[in-house]
Every structure is written in structure tokens, then in C-alpha cells.
Write a protein that binds this ligand. Structure first.
Ligand code: FAD
Ligand code: UDP
Length: 365
């Protein structure tokens, strides 16, 4: 019996591979990068600091089953991410909360007062369709222009009015003083990093791994009993309907040997200044004790690795064309952020991968 070929060793591919192997299947993973873990890849930099090569990855989920599944392969370090937004050199809590309002406008509101404030300044929308609608409907124009408009233009090269509501809806608006970025029940970082966790997930006698190898339908497809594909869906079909837009980033990593801490929280967003969107300092995320510190700046761009599907109606329509082809490929499973063209967080990819493995096993066993 030929093995199942899994294309990609990120969350989607690795979780499916492990589930299949645990159920007795032989799995051959093909990964075109020289490393495992996909975009969650982390490694020690030249200064001994654990950095995320493809930008900051903070794990959070409300899915107990997802957290339990990953907990088989790693211990955790509790971590709640905090973010500030820099406006004219002053740092404000972000997501916008009671303290943001009071600091920005010199007010002394309490929680009820903040809720009233939002009610007064919001621009109610009968239908909340776009990311512009989401924010204006919640907090009105001034906060929209200060915190969301330019950040979004930078990040996506699009106006918030051109993006689906779900993009800005990722960010809550708060009347209380909670300044955590996420409020999920489980918030933690893999104790020894993501790559180590992936090494354990993939450490199985029925899993073989080939790094630096790009998938070819001819070579790998024909030598498999089934393919699980986690790369970009348009690439699989040779872009027959045209390119699906993905947004990319250029990462500028920098080390500072003269200080132990560069900034007061894990991430500082720069909505209106600079070509980069945010600076992340890894030691906050990892808790690593080390001399010096390492940071990363993210510069959005259209050129380069596909990192973000771009949530717009027209892109959804194009994706649907590819999806209809995908549904006819009986021997191929498409799963993951690129293959499903969804703005998935890591936990959502794990969830999707567990379901995909389940379905595949039902079909073949
Ligand atoms: P990927 O990680 O992209 O893995 C796909 C793999 O397939 C890649 O390694 C690729 O090289 C390989 N591949 C593709 N095509 C081929 C081919 N033809 N042949 C061989 N191999 C191929 N999520 C969170 O939950 N929290 C966060 O804080 C967070 N921060 C993020 C920050 C950034 C800057 C980015 C870009 C993403 C962030 N995410 C975060 C999302 C997270 O990275 C993804 O949800 C997750 O990594 C997707 O896993 P995946 O396996 O679907 O895709
Ligand atoms: N956003 C914004 N200002 C910010 C942070 C986020 O306008 O300071 C918007 C922007 O459109 C961004 C989206 O909210 O793309 C989602 O932000 P998140 O931090 O979840 O993005 P990710 O971590 O996935 O890049």
C-alpha cells in the first residue's frame, strides 16, 4: 500500500500526519522549506534568543479539545499577550478600552461612562458588512481614524471599506480596563517553543519527512494512496482561474545587545507612523531570560510568501471556483489557512486538521 502524502509541515499538515500515523497509516510529508512548523517556526537567533522567523505567534483558544491535543506534545508557559498602540509617541492600551479613552481624551470615565461614550460617538450602521462598518458602528470616526484606518491600509493595501467585517471584528472594543489582546480560556506558549512541539508531533515511526522538496502531482501524487494538501489552493490547480490574492510581509529582525527590554509589552502597533505595522519583542512572549533582546518589525507587501488570505467578497468568489474543483478531487484533502483560503488562527487550523483527518480515516478504514 502506498503512503499518504502530506504536503506541508505546518500546523495543518503536521496535525493530520500525526492523526493518520496514530491510526496505523503510513505518512510521507513533503515540505518545500528547509524546516518544519510552517509559519509558526521558531529558532534561536545568532544571539541565542528564541525568535519567531515569520512574525509573532501567540497561542490562544477556547477549544479544550484542541488544547488537550497539543498538550500531548508540549508543556506550556502561561502567557497573556498585551499590545499598545503608539500615537504621536504616546502608548495607549489596544484594543481600545476605558484607559485608552481616558488617556487619549483626558477624561475620567468609569465603565458605564465609557459605554455611554461609545454610544454617543458611534455611527450606527443598519448592515455591518465591511471592516469600516464594524469600527464606525462601534466607536465612531475619531477612534476609527486614529487606530484602524491607516493600520488597515498598511496591512492590506486596501481601505477597511474594501475588507469583510471579520477582519476588524477580530479586535474587540472594551468599556472596562482589560488590556489583554485575547480573552480566550487557554492562553499559553509552548514551553520550549513551536519547533520543538512540532518535532514531537512528527516523531512517529510511521511518519517520514522530506524537507526542501516541493510537491509535484506527477512524482508525489501518483506515488500515494491519498494526498493531503496544505499549500495555496490556486497553486495546486496551476492558477487556472487566476491568482488568489494573498498578502505577504517582510520581516526585519533586529538584536539589541545594550538593553534587556526594548518595549513595555510584547507588541507595539504603529497605526499611523512608519511603513511597518508593529514591533514585537520576543522575550515577552517566551519568557526567556537572556542578555540583550531581539525584536521584529513587520512590513506588509504584495510580493513574497503568501501569509494572509485577503477577506473580500470578490476573492471569496474566486476561491469558490477553486473549491468546486477541489471537491471533485476524490483523492485529495485540502486543509489549512492557504488551502482553505481562510484567515485562520493556529487553533482553528488544528481544529480543521483534526476534522479532516477524522473524515479521511472514516473514508479509508
Ligand atoms: P502554513 O504554516 O503556511 O504551512 C503550510 C506549509 O506548506 C508551509 O510550511 C509551506 O512551506 C508548505 N508548502 C506550501 N506549498 C507547498 C508545496 N507545493 N510543496 C511543499 N510544501 C509546500 N495564529 C495564531 O493563532 N496566533 C498568532 O499570534 C498568529 N500570528 C501570526 C502572525 C503572522 C505574521 C502570520 C503570517 C500568521 C499568524 N498566525 C497566528 C496564523 C498562523 O500562522 C496560521 O494559522 C498557521 O500557521 C497556519 O498553518 P497551516 O499549516 O495552514 O499553514
Ligand atoms: N487592526 C487595526 N489596528 C491595529 C490592529 C489591528 O486596524 O492596531 C485591524 C487591521 O485591519 C488588522 C486586523 O485589525 O489586519 C486584525 O488584527 P490582528 O492583530 O488580529 O492581525 P494579525 O495578528 O492576524 O496580523
Amino acid at each position: 500500500m502506498k503512503p499518504i502524502v502530506v504536503v506541508g509541515a505546518g500546523f495543518a499538515g503536521s496535525v493530520v500526519a500525526r492523526e493518520l500515523a496514530d491510526s496505523g497509516q503510513r505518512v510521507r510529508i513533503i515540505e518545500r522549506r528547509p524546516h518544519i512548523a510552517g509559519n509558526a517556526y521558531d529558532e534561536l537567533d545568532a544571539h541565542g534568543i528564541l525568535v519567531h522567523r515569520y512574525g509573532p505567534h501567540i497561542f490562544h483558544t477556547n477549544g479544550a479539545r484542541i488544547f488537550e491535543w497539543l498538550s500531548r506534545f508540549t508543556d506550556w508557559r502561561p502567557y497573556e499577550h498585551r499590545v499598545r498602540a503608539a500615537l504621536n509617541g504616546i502608548l495607549y492600551p489596544f484594543p481600545i478600552n476605558l484607559d485608552t479613552l481616558n488617556k487619549l481624551y483626558g477624561l475620567e470615565l468609569n465603565e458605564a461612562g465609557a459605554a455611554e461614550y461609545y454610544e454617543k460617538v458611534r455611527e450606527p450602521r443598519a448592515r455591518v458588512l465591511t471592516s469600516e462598518d464594524v469600527v464606525l458602528n462601534a466607536v465612531g470616526r475619531d477612534l476609527y481614524e486614529k487606530f484602524f484606518l491607516n493600520y488597515t491600509r498598511k496591512q492590506w493595501g486596501l481601505d477597511p471599506s474594501q475588507l469583510k467585517a471579520g477582519v476588524a471584528a477580530r479586535i474587540p472594543i472594551r468599556a472596562n480596563t482589560d488590556d489583554r489582546y485575547f480573552t480566550d480560556e487557554f492562553q499559553a506558549m509552548p514551553l520550549n517553543g513551536y519547533t520543538k512541539m512540532f518535532e514531537t508531533i512528527l516523531d512517529h515511526p510511521r511518519i517520514s519527512l522530506e524537507l526542501g522538496v516541493a510537491f509535484s502531482k506527477k512524482d508525489h501524487g501518483q506515488n500515494s494512496s491519498h494526498v493531503v494538501y496544505t499549500g495555496p489552493i490556486d497553486a495546486y490547480f496551476d492558477y487556472c482561474f487566476g491568482n488568489l490574492p494573498y498578502r505577504s510581509l517582510r520581516f526585519e529582525h533586529e538584536h539589541h545587545s545594550e538593553v534587556n527590554k526594548f518595549q513595555e509589552v510584547g507588541t507595539v502597533n504603529y497605526p499611523n507612523e512608519h511603513a511597518f505595522t508593529r514591533i514585537t519583542e520576543f522575550k515577552h512572549l517566551t519568557g526567556q531570560q537572556h542578555k540583550g533582546t531581539s525584536i521584529v518589525r513587520e512590513y506588509p507587501t504584495d510580493i513574497g510568501e503568501p501569509y494572509y488570505p485577503v477577506p473580500r467578497a470578490e476573492n471569496e468568489s474566486l476561491y469558490k471556483l477553486y473549491q468546486s474543483l477541489a471537491s471533485k478531487e476524490n483523492n485529495v484533502t485540502f486543509v489549512g489557512r492557504l488551502a482553505q483560503y481562510r484567515y485562520y488562527n493556529m487553533d482553528q487550523v488544528v481544529g480543521a486538521a483534526l476534522s479532516a483527518a477524522d473524515q479521511l480515516l472514516k473514508k479509508i478504514q
